[in-house]
Design a protein around this ligand. Structure first.
Ligand code: SF4
Length: 403
């Protein structure tokens, strides 16, 4: 275990999150946010069937984990899980508890939209065992919410967080979006301040991106909307980092921030290459050797489950894939990657092969080396994917290794 200091705080290189997780995809939304390319349907007609099918998949894939592998994280994502009713959440969780070994300290995160979070609904979530809320708040500005075709109002964005705290939720994270064309710098700064003053301990902030096959993409093609502007967006990112620092919060992953070490266990497990099972249409799974991808179509998913057919495609990972994924995901987070571990596991000597690049990135304060731990600075995190890809191994990476 190696610890290092950054911005006056001590970090341990690897968290003690040797966790396995389960992700449950709820593929329904009330409205389609115009930038979103996740898998969901705005018709809730088959919701009950889907909930039953997800339970069947949980039973069918129970051998994905060894009986002694404890599930430390359960994550309801989507789509919008808050379209679910009490008994639907209870039944899904029941299927998890009956078929898997769940840690007593399990983190159970539930993604929700502000307009679903009445006091009654929040109390019900608490009662059913949810202990962490992830609220898709995105903005406090009515016009921006309308522009994005969000289903909630600005008032609901604020009220629901206070109500969640009143009901007793201690672990609350919210999502914000920046880089919106009409979001001026000072408004963005005020938005962050307002968010950090809420009773939350975690924040995810994402820049607006234009994904293919989204209404946003079509509108830009029709010249009705502007594309996100990179300089404008990176200005928002700088403001975000300034405000996070000023509030004494931790920037622990490219887009994720927390106070008092309240990292997302579930996502940290992704970044640290831990095993997870994903159930429901479009969900992915990873067992350290292969990835599997469920079909991204509700009707087909229902059909496969009913016919007892496989719902997923498998991709076996080569050593090269695993090494590059370790770099790509590991460098996104504050703990970085251990180059000695990579040398030992993959016989790939990054310190020797990329001495020049590492020296340059250190000189421009993009990376830091703490012994053999390579980690990115706040500035470097903005280029995390680029830096990781520069260090990628090619197919016969053994030919590049030190002798
Ligand atoms: S609520 Fe979430 S999943 Fe649904 S359309 Fe909006 S961003 Fe996408």
């Amino acid at each position: 275990m190696y610890t290092f200091a950054y911005k006056g705080k001590r970090y341990t290189t690897y968290l003690n999150y040797t966790v396995a997780g389960i992700y449950i995809h709820i593929p329904f939304c009330k409205k389609a946010c115009f930038y979103c390319d996740f898998h969901f349907s705005v018709s809730l007609k088959h919701k009950a069937d889907l909930v039953a099918a997800i339970q069947k998949e949980l039973v069918r894939r129970k051998t994905y984990f060894e009986p002694n592998e404890k599930i430390a994280s359960i994550y309801f994502g989507g789509g919008t899980p808050s379209v679910l009713l009490f008994h639907e959440i209870d039944e899904i969780l029941g299927a998890v508890y009956e078929n898997y070994t769940v840690s007593p300290q399990v983190e159970i995160t539930f993604e929700c939209n502000p307009d679903d979070l009445s006091l009654e609904y929040l109390k019900m979530l608490k009662m059913v065992g949810i202990n962490r809320l992830s609220i898709g708040l995105q903005s406090f500005n009515e016009e921006h919410l309308t522009w994005m075709n969000r289903s909630h109002t600005a008032l609901q964005s604020i009220q629901c967080v206070h109500d969640a705290a009143i009901v007793g939720f201690k672990d609350i994270t919210i999502d914000l979006i920046y880089g919106l064309p009409h979001l001026q710098n000072e408004e963005w700064r005020a938005t962050i301040k307002k968010a950090l003053a809420l009773p939350i301990n975690h924040l995810s902030a994402y820049s607006l991106t234009m994904e293919e096959n989204t209404p946003y993409h079509k509108l830009v093609q029709q010249k009705k909307y502007q594309e996100p502007d990179e300089d404008f967006t990176s200005g928002h990112y700088d403001i975000l980092i300034e405000e996070i620092d000023a509030a004494g919060w931790q920037h622990y992953e490219v887009s994720n921030f927390c106070k008092n070490d309240n990292y997302s266990k579930h996502n940290t497990a992704y970044w640290q290459q831990k095993k997870y099972l994903g159930v429901g249409p479009s969900a992915h799974s990873y067992d350290l050797q292969s990835r599997s991808f469920n079909v991204s179509n509700n009707a087909m998913y229902l059909e496969y489950i009913a016919a007892n057919k496989k719902t997923y495609e498998i991709e076996e990972l080569t050593a090269q894939n695993r090494l590059n994924e370790t770099l790509l995901t590991g460098l996104r987070a504050i703990w970085g990657v251990d180059l000695a571990e990579i040398l030992k596991t993959h016989n790939y000597d990054i310190l020797k092969l990329y001495a020049e690049e590492l020296a340059y990135w250190q000189s421009v304060n993009w990376v830091q080396l703490h012994g053999t731990i390579l980690r990115l600075t706040d500035k470097g995190l903005l280029f995390a994917d680029y830096i990781a890809s520069e260090l990628f191994a090619d197919e016969d990476h053994s030919s590049h290794t030190s002798s």
